[in-house]
Design a protein around this ligand. Structure first.
Ligand code: CTP
Length: 436
């Protein structure tokens, strides 16, 4: 009996896949199909897959062509599978020609002609293109534009900025003269303006039925934040707060493990984010860093707390460093944020059984450790992070707009608390100011 194996993602199963499977089966008597797991796809840069692993497996099963379906979970698994399942022929489409020649050592390798004119990527692109407008006075728009190129279903179609000279050529071509003009050309906006402008800009867009992805803090108080979410709902638009760290796989896994009790009861969360002021035209850094540093604190400890801030200003009364202290019922936390002061940008979560350590720069999380009294129990975790999380954030936003329902990685509670805390900071409430 000739045993054949083939692998693929099989997202939105199409006739190209079916033709491939039929020809793979015809190469032998028994066909095993390896369907790639979501995490594995992510590590190899396939971030736009629309269907879950189970949906994709079901679709392959429903073709009735596969005799057996397995899941491909890790790099190098193909060799393991060929040995384990006693495979005679490995086959894939000709788009992979040459890439799997190394498997010739284990079995015969056959590249089948790919069906012209169809692919999952094209189907995803065709489903719906969200015309995205980029708004704000920050060079960061260049980064968002670059990351949007990796996201199926999003097309940047207009830019409105007060910082024209900082935009790359491609963005310069998309520039419009007013916010209103931009809103007339797009389905959704990404906002990275000064925090005090967010409320009006988001409100205007949402009232017109546009969706909004807005950098944190969404507004500078809880009431305005809630109002924006209700305007979004009334107008059937999506509103999402953008904090790229929330969309890193490692950061999400860290929260799950810690919430699941891996380090016992959480007693303290200490987050530090600092940078040296490169560019005085960008946001005041404390507003930029504050929401990121607050994210793990509120996500892990909730939002019932008392807080106090110590703010350092330089001689020109520019904010350069703030230490925000929080007291919860059974825990404490601190967020140290600086723009003009440099420190180790780490995140430490202390618990009754051990602690979680995320090395600098923790906000671009791809690695963390759970550490214990007995070092032999320590565990290390690594998850690939592409595009600092911006790419995944855009994928989540595109999916939410398409489905008409957001499943954000940041809870409404956290978003509200970030708005309120940053608003209090702006008003210098519960804040001691030290001038240098
Ligand atoms: N395949 C094919 N003809 C197509 C599309 C895919 O023969 N038009 C084959 C691939 O070569 C591979 C298998 O089907 O052997 C599964 O491919 P997969 O990557 O899941 O499908 P794509 O449509 O290529 O997906 P994407 O656009 O996301 O890369």
């Amino acid at each position: 009996m000739t045993r054949v194996i083939t692998y693929g993602t099989y997202d939105l199963l199409h006739y190209g896949h079916i033709r491939l499977l039929e020809r793979a089966k015809a190469l032998g008597d028994y066909l095993i199909v390896g369907v790639t797991a979501d995490d594995f796809d992510k590590t190899r840069g396939k971030i736009n897959v629309q269907q879950s692993l189970m949906e994709r497996i079901e679709a392959v099963r429903a073709t009735g062509i596969a005799d057996e379906i397995i899941i491909e979970e890790y790099e190098g698994q193909k060799i393991d599978d060929i040995r384990k399942y006693d495979i005679d022929i490995f086959t894939v489409g000709s788009d992979w020609k040459g890439k799997f020649d190394y498997l010739n050592e284990y079995c015969k390798v056959v590249y089948l002609d790919r069906t012209e004119g169809i692919s999952s990527s094209e189907i995803r692109e065709e489903k719906r293109q969200i015309r995205l407008g980029l708004v704000g006075g920050s060079g960061f728009l260049n980064k968002v534009f670059a990351e949007a190129q990796f996201v199926n279903g999003i097309h940047v179609s207009a830019v409105w900025t007060s910082q024209a000279e900082r935009m790359q050529c491609q963005l310069k071509e998309l520039m419009v003269g007013s916010y209103e003009e931009l809103l007339g050309k797009v389905d959704a906006v990404y906002i990275r303006s000064l925090p005090e402008l967010h409320y009006e800009q988001a409100k205007k867009a949402l009232s017109m039925g546009k969706s909004v992805l807005c950098e944190a803090p969404l507004t500078l108080n809880e009431t305005e934040t809630l109002e924006l979410f209700s305007i979004a709902e009334e107008n059937h638009g999506i509103l999402m707060e953008a904090i790229k760290t929330a969309y890193s796989t490692a950061f999400s896994r860290l929260l799950l493990l810690v919430k699941g009790g891996k380090i016992g009861k959480i007693i303290s969360v200490d987050a530090t984010c600092t940078s040296l002021r490169k560019d005085a035209t960008d946001w005041p850094g404390i507003y930029e860093w504050g929401p990121t540093a607050l994210l793990p604190i509120f996500a892990l400890l909730g939002t019932e707390f008392k807080s106090e801030t110590i703010l350092f200003q330089d001689q020109k009364q520019v904010d350069i460093f703030a230490k925000m202290e929080f007291i919860f019922k059974n825990a404490v936390a601190s967020a140290s944020v600086g723009d003009g002061v440099k420190s180790e940008g780490e995140l430490i979560i202390s618990g009754t059984k051990g602690y979680a350590y995320v090395p600098a720069p923790w906000w671009k999380t791809d690695y963390f450790e759970l550490r214990y009294e007995d070092p032999s129990e320590n565990r290390r975790y690594f998850y690939q992070l592409d595009g600092e999380g911006i790419r995944y954030e855009l994928v989540a936003f595109a999916r939410a707009v398409e489905k008409g329902k957001a499943l954000p990685n940041i809870s409404l509670q956290t978003t509200k608390a970030i708005s309120e805390t940053m608003g209090q900071f702006a008003k210098r409430e519960n804040c001691t100011v030290i001038r240098g």
